[in-house]
Structures are given as C-alpha cells and as structure tokens.
Design a protein around this ligand. Structure first.
Ligand code: HEM
Ligand SMILES: *[C@@H]1O[C@H](CO)[C@@H](O)[C@H](O)[C@H]1NC(C)=O
Length: 327
C-alpha cells in the first residue's frame, strides 16, 4: 500500500517538473514586458527614439526600411535579431536571401542605435528589442499608430539563410501561399491584411513588380497606373528603379494603401491579391479603406503579435555587443 502511494507521489512530482520545464522551454516563464529596461537602462527607449528620429529626418524612407527589418527578423526563427548577423565562419547571413539581397536596408541606423546604447548601459539592450522599438518609432514618426513595445528579447547565436528564403513571402506568391506563411508564424488573415498596410510607406524596386506588368494577367491593374509603372519598369533593364508602394502618400503612414487596392492600384501582386482573390481579405481591405482608425488599431495589435514570435528569453541566446556578430 505504502509503496503504491510512494510511486504515486513520485509520479506527481515528475509531472510537476515536466510541466514546469515545458513552460520554461516555451519561454512562458519570461514573458516580454514593456518595463524590462526600467531599472537596467531607463533611458533606452528615449535613445532609440532619438536616433531613429534623426535618421528619418535625414531620409524619410528610413522609417519604411526600419519597419521592414523587424518583419524580416521575426519571420525567421522568431524576433531574435538573426537578420542582423553578417556572414562569418559557419554563419551564412540572412542579408543574402532572396527577400533581403539588394533590398533590406537600415542596418547602419541599427548600428548607430546599438553604439549609443552600449555607451549608456553596456551589454544590456538586445538587438532584437532595438528592431522592435525602431519599427514602432518609425511607424509613429511616419504618422501611424503608437503601441507599447513589450521587451526582453535576447539575440540569437546563429542565422538561417534557408529560413529567410522560405518563410518570407515573395511578391509573386499566391494569396494562398502568403496566408500559409503567415499562419506558420501564428498570424491570421486579419493580421495579414493589417500588416500588409505597412506598404503605405516605402519604395519597391522594379524587379519586385515587373512580372505582373508583362505576364498578360494585368486585369486587376488600373489602366493609367499600369502605363505609369511600365514607363518606370521596362521589360528589361532598370531593375533597381524605385517606385512608391503607396503612390498617393509614399511617406505618410495612412490608409491610402487600401484605397489604392480598391482602385486597382496596388504595386505588388501580393498587395493586389488581397483585394481580388478572397472575399474574406477583400472585405478587410474595404473595411480599412473606409476606416483608418480601425486599420491603425488592427495594425498595432498585429505588430505586437508579430513582435511576440518565438523570442529568446531567460538564459537563451545572448545580448550582443555588436548587432552584426555574436559575442
Ligand atoms: C504580405 C507579404 C509581404 C510581401 C510579399 C512583401 C514584399 C515586399 C517587397 C517585394 C518589397 C519591395 C522590396 C524591394 O523591391 O526592394 C517590400 C517593401 C516593404 N515592405 Fe513588404 N512585404 C510583405 C509584408 C510586409 C509587412 C508585414 C511589412 C511590415 C509590417 C512590410 C513592410 C515593408 C516596407 C515598409 C517596405 C518598404 C521598404 C523600404 O522602402 O525600404 N511588408 N515588401
Ligand atoms: C517569382 O519570381 C522569382 C524571382 O523573380 C522567379 O524566379 C519565379 O520564377 C517567380 N515565380 C512564379 C511562380 O512566377
């Protein structure tokens, strides 16, 4: 009798340990918190904001570039600054992936922020958190919504070039493929349509939208707009010619992106399909086109959700001294 009881309590103890361990592994024991640097680096948020503000002042497009960096970081092994590592030894940089090569930019601004933070409080603020804060500050500076950034992410010890190639959607992906890639990150249809509104700012190279101009499937492209695009993006040559993702207000974070889609003036095929390929996504496009406040609200919520993708916490990863290499 006593031995059964003993077995039972040993089993119970093991169960408790297993549950606790699974929480630790999931990082649940260390949830992100907006007050994470409250004692260790109280001026961290002000420092990030002021460096971002200076950079955007120099070049308004930088707001778009910094917002995109956080997205490209979070979709590959979670928001762990893996994107920022340069190639070195066994590390093949994500900067060389299809989505990032000759395209992702703003790394020098991240370096500038990191240098300022290392002076203020060495070895304290992670590069992954810098990306999350810079994305929020950029959105606000461009006229978009504000939100509280949860903090406490740590930096990865490696990168994933294949993850960057496979997980980040391409502009010629089908809507179904894009939906699947978002789902893989725990993001739903509302998150997808709201986050795509990030294309209310910034520029695209001709090479990202040429295919749809000449493949004979231009039915969803408004005629005059198509002419405008073809003149800027010929059948061959001019690969790096730039065109605004939102032709109405390229540097203003507003809901004109959605109004453009309704008018057949989405720049990327991946933008336009949100309006043409599914009743569920097109209903959301109309909703945001009509109600900028609702777009702002959903965008902020989706950014928080994206920022929560698989962060490294506790004693996982490290706090890099230089965002381009592991310590
Ligand atoms: C839904 C799937 C998405 C696809 C297929 C996509 C694709 C692209 C492409 C092809 C470009 C132009 C790159 C170039 O030609 O150099 C671009 C730019 C941009 N993307 Fe996305 N994107 C997506 C989602 C997002 C999300 C979720 C965000 C942020 C919330 C975002 C933010 C941006 C910004 C701000 C730019 C302009 C960057 C700059 O001017 O430097 N994108 N995207
Ligand atoms: C999408 O674009 C890439 C890069 O331009 C190209 O290699 C690929 O064949 C395209 N895919 C489709 C399905 O058109």
């Amino acid at each position: 009798m006593g031995s059964i009881k003993q077995h039972y309590s040993t089993l119970l103890l093991l169960l408790v340990i297993a549950i606790a361990a699974s929480f630790l592994n999931a990082g649940e024991a260390f949830p992100l918190s907006s007050h994470f640097y409250g004692h260790s680096c109280p001026r961290a948020l002000d420092i990030v904001r002021s460096v971002v503000a200076r950079a955007v002042d120099r070049e308004p497009r930088m707001a778009a570039s910094l917002l995109r960096l956080h997205f490209h970081d979070c979709f590959v092994k979670g928001c762990d600054a893996s994107l920022l590592l340069d190639s070195n030894g066994p590390i093949a940089s994500e900067k060389g992936s299809k989505a990032n090569k000759n395209s992702a930019r703003g790394f020098e601004v991240i370096d500038e922020i990191k240098a300022a933070l290392e002076t203020e409080c060495p070895g304290t603020v992670s590069c992954a958190d810098i990306l999350a804060l810079a994305a929020r500050d950029s959105t606000v500076l461009a006229g978009g919504p504000d939100w509280e950034v949860a903090l406490g992410r740590r930096d990865s010890l490696d990168a994933s070039l294949s993850g960057s190639n496979n997980n980040i959607p391409a502009p010629n992906n089908t809507l179904q493929a894009i939906v699947t890639k978002f789902k893989l990150q725990g993001l739903d249809i509302v998150d997808l349509v709201a986050l795509s509104g990030g294309h209310t700012i910034g520029l695209s190279r001709c090479t990202s939208f040429r295919q749809r101009l000449y493949d004979g499937h231009t039915d969803s492209l408004e005629e005059g707009y198509a002419w405008q695009l073809r003149s800027r993006c010929p059948p061959s040559g001019g690969d790096d010619n730039l065109f605004p993702l939102d032709l109405v207000s390229p540097a203003r974070f507003d809901n004109s992106y959605y109004k453009n889609l309704v008018a057949g003036k989405g720049l990327l095929n991946s933008d336009q399909v949100l309006f043409t390929r599914s009743p569920e996504t097109s209903a959301l496009v109309r909703l945001y086109a009509d109600d900028g406040g609702l777009f702002f609200d959903h965008f902020a919520k989706a950014m928080i959700k994206m920022g929560n993708i698989s962060p490294l916490t506790g004693d996982h990863g490290e706090i890099r001294k230089n965002c381009r290499r592991i310590n």
